[in-house]
Design a protein around this ligand. Structure first.
Ligand code: NZQ
Ligand code: ZN
Length: 387
């Protein structure tokens, strides 16, 4: 296990009616709030009305930035910063999924940056501080509610890039699983695939001796497998939604990754799909993952795939190593199909002609990952297999 410093500064209020704690926690930071939300789901499911009532009852002043799109745009970030500067905002409250939360985080950091906020996306070292961020999560997927990262898209330059700074970690997050009852099937599936991918990105690692991280990762993977399909069949199953929600946060808050060398190559490959085709993040990950696994399977990595197959999928450990590995990969693919996610990039509108350019972009900062380092040609090969 490698050395690490572990700190998750975000307070989590988890469970039904935890919204009751909103006003008192906002007021610790002030009474001028920028409310950030997406395309209107919170207006349809009643969360918005509830918030306005709470703000009015508690003398909280609020300004709104609605319409944040999936794969949030830098243009929304710019608008948000303007409101914060004009209105003397004390705290930014993001209500939604990862896109809304990420947008809020970069608004918070952009507020203190003297220049265009795209510069702090391309170069996170320029971030010095952020306005306080709080979140009310409505979709179990990215884990943005409990980490310091954000991913922003620039449509003009066709770039989707991750950034982050400790000051961008939410001060508190309200996680009420009932808020995810209205998440449509497509996003429930994509969210589950995203959580699983976050776990794969840190589970498949060359670091030895991280036994506890590996066993926790397997437990979280099994939770996704158990409850992902259940949430699709029964959207209002509290147990399923609650387990997925907490798993989403735990999967990418450092618990599984600290002490290990990590991978993140499937995410880097997917970000290009979203940047070029604006597809749903989790859908792209689910399509690429089994192809990445097949491509990464070799003499050096096979034991890790055996560990995965035996401990997560319950495959007989007496079988031949490669047979276990291949069965595990096939089971992964079948599970994503069971969630209703297609197996090929062409099924989500991705064309052969852009693959080369995307592979080039994905590797612009060098090879991807450590478990099986990927060159531009490797990335292109994986894209082609996935087509
Ligand atoms: O916009 P609204 O109307 O709210 O609808 C959203 C959106 O259409 C809908 N939705 C969310 N909650 C709902 C709901 N619909 C009905 N009922 C509800 N309760 O779901 C759609 C997708 O929302 P979005 O926020 O885009 O999804 P997600 O949470 O998957 O976020 C994806 C973004 O996060 C980034 C991704 O790259 C992508 O841009 N990521 C952020 C990470 C982080 N900050 O740590 C890590 C991830 O790996 C990921 O890259
Ligand atoms: Zn992700």
């Amino acid at each position: 296990m490698l050395n690490f410093n572990y700190s998750v500064p975000t307070k989590v209020f988890f469970g039904k009616n935890k919204i009751d704690l909103l006003a008192e926690n906002i007021k610790k930071y002030g009474s001028n709030v920028l409310l950030v939300y997406g395309g209107g789901s919170i207006k349809r499911n009643g969360i918005y009305d509830n918030l306005i009532e709470i703000f009015n009852e508690n003398d909280i002043n609020f300004w709104e930035l609605g319409g944040v799109k999936p794969n949030p745009r830098i243009s929304s970030v710019r608008k948000g910063i303007e409101i914060c500067q004009e209105q003397g905002i004390d705290i930014i409250l993001a209500v939604g999924g990862g896109s809304t939360i990420d947008c809020a985080k970069v608004i918070g950091a952009g507020f203190y940056y003297n220049g265009d906020p795209w510069e702090i996306v391309t170069d996170p070292s320029k971030i010095e501080d952020s306005l306080p961020i709080a979140t009310i999560l409505t979709l179990a997927a990215t884990g943005s509610e409990m980490n310091a990262g954000a991913v922003i898209t620039n449509l003009e330059t066709k770039e989707k890039l991750g950034t982050g700074h400790p000051s961008m970690a939410p001060k508190f997050s309200i996680l009420d699983p009932t808020y995810t009852f209205t998440v449509p099937q497509k996003h429930t599936a994509a969210g589950t695939a995203d959580i699983m991918s976050h776990i794969f990105e840190v589970y498949f690692s060359k670091t030895k001796g991280a036994y506890v991280q590996n066993r926790m990762a397997e437990a979280l993977l099994k939770t996704c497998i158990n409850y992902g399909t259940k949430a699709l069949q029964e959207p209002e199953n509290y147990e399923a939604r609650a387990n997925l929600m907490w798993t989403a946060s735990l999967a990418i808050n450092g618990l599984l990754s600290d002490g290990k060398e990590t991978e993140w190559s499937v995410h880097a490959m997917e970000h290009e799909l979203s940047a070029f085709y604006d597809i749903t993040h989790g859908t792209g990950l689910a399509i690429l993952t089994p192809y990445w696994m097949e491509y990464s399977l070799n003499k050096k990595t096979v034991d890790k795939f055996v560990e995965y197959g035996v401990n997560v999928w319950g495959i007989n450990s007496d079988n031949d190593k490669y047979e276990i590995a291949q069965t595990a990969i096939e089971k992964t693919r079948e599970y994503f199909n069971l969630l209703g996610i297609p197996s090929n990039l062409s099924e989500v509108g991705i064309e052969a002609e852009k693959l080369k350019e995307m592979a080039k972009q994905a590797t612009r900062r060098g090879k991807l990952g450590n478990f099986k380092p990927l060159t531009k040609q490797d990335v292109l090969n994986i894209y082609k297999k996935a087509l």
